[in-house]
Design a protein around this ligand. Structure first.
Ligand code: SF4
Length: 358
């Protein structure tokens, strides 16, 4: 018979850890928490601040991590991808992505082993869902990346963009974020944590009630429901309008605006380019700055991204200018109504003149 799996130390609440260490002075708990959440030790035996007997006792009762590293791949730009197994053999991946400066390094972590959403472009979606991860299994991905990283590129950001749909595992994702933003545990700022979702309005509204100003990224992929449904099966029953409504609730409650992401500029242009324009938010954006005769396949994602950013930037700047001038010269309503009435009278006189025979 297999031995029962020991609990992971990140699965223990503060109270449970205190009970486990009741024979020890209180400062030992602080030392252990610090070693687990901020140290570079990879096992209890490595925590040199603890007496040897206590290290042995902890190792006999607990697992240092709920995850077992199976394989690591490092690409030329320094991106590190780690395949983990859980105690019951579920496979998941976490990726460390270096930024241009040290503090930009991001840990991309999984919320589930596999995924049930079935996005057509995604290898994880093709495999299906094994199971949702526990909060400890999610946090341990980040801790493992941080402990094993080059100190110049320690991750300071987390994105839930690995395997799985975070909002289909709300309870454990909430527990993991609680640990990530808790100053006594991982201690990241909530603004450094982003949840990426395929777009589940109920989950977005639940997130709005968590009380943290987390980043929210919605995988839109296309600006029209039927096009979106070609890539993202849940879009067959969840409209973009309902996602926009949920993201507005999110913005109102947290002060953070959701970001939309697109899978592929090429696919997007192939599907949406009509008469030299693409439709975004009900507006056609001209593609006149594309090279003459460029086929949709030749359009890079950068071009689309830049156009969308330019468009959004222009709207924002115009909005700010309008808000500034409206604030500077508040409308005198009586004067405004008098002017409208005068214009109305002039227009009516013009119409009368036009239809009255000479
Ligand atoms: S939600 Fe994410 S992980 Fe799941 S199938 Fe879609 S892209 Fe893949």
């Amino acid at each position: 018979m297999n031995a029962p799996v020991k609990p992971g130390i990140t699965e223990l609440s503060d109270g449970a850890l205190a009970r486990l260490l009741e024979a020890q002075p209180a400062f030992r708990r602080v030392q252990i928490r610090h070693a687990v959440y901020h140290g570079v030790a990879q096992t209890f035996a490595d925590i040199s601040t603890l007496p040897r007997a206590l290290r042995t006792d902890l190792a006999a009762r607990l697992r240092f991590s709920t995850l077992i590293e199976r394989r690591t791949e490092v690409s030329q730009d320094g991106t590190r991808k780690i395949l983990f197994h859980t105690a019951d053999g579920a496979a998941l991946e976490a990726v460390q992505m270096p930024g241009e400066r040290g503090p930009d390094t991001t840990a991309c972590i999984s919320s589930q082993a596999g995924c049930a959403m079935g996005c057509t472009f995604c290898a994880t979606g093709a495999v299906g869902l094994t199971r949702s991860l526990t909060a400890a299994e999610i946090v341990d991905q980040f801790l493992h990346l941080r402990r094993s990283s080059d100190p110049r590129h320690t991750p300071h950001r987390v994105v839930f963009m690995g395997m799985g749909e975070p909002l289909a595992n709300l309870q454990h994702v909430h527990g993991a974020i609680e640990a990530l933003v808790d100053p006594d545990r991982v201690g990241l700022g909530a603004r450094r944590v982003t949840v990426s979702t395929v777009g589940l309005p109920v989950g977005i509204e639940a997130m709005a009630g968590w009380g943290w100003p987390l980043g929210l990224a919605i995988s839109l992929h296309a600006p029209l429901d039927d096009l979106r449904a070609e890539l993202v099966p849940p879009a067959r029953r969840i409209s973009i309008a309902s996602l926009m409504a949920a993201s507005l609730v999110y913005q109102e409650r947290t002060g953070r605006r959701a970001e939309g992401s697109f899978y592929s500029g090429n696919w997007f242009v192939q599907k949406c380019a009509t008469g030299g324009g693409i439709l975004v938010g009900g507006q056609v954006i001209a593609l006149s700055n594309l090279p003459a005769g460029a086929a949709p396949e030749a359009v890079s994602q950068d071009v689309i991204t830049q156009m969308i950013l330019l468009y959004c930037g222009a709207i924002t700047v115009l909005g700010c200018i309008a808000a500034y001038w409206l604030g500077r010269f508040p409308i005198d309503r009586a004067q405004h109504e008098a002017r409208v009435a005068a214009l109305d009278a002039t227009a009516r006189a013009d119409v009368d003149a036009a239809v009255t025979p000479p």
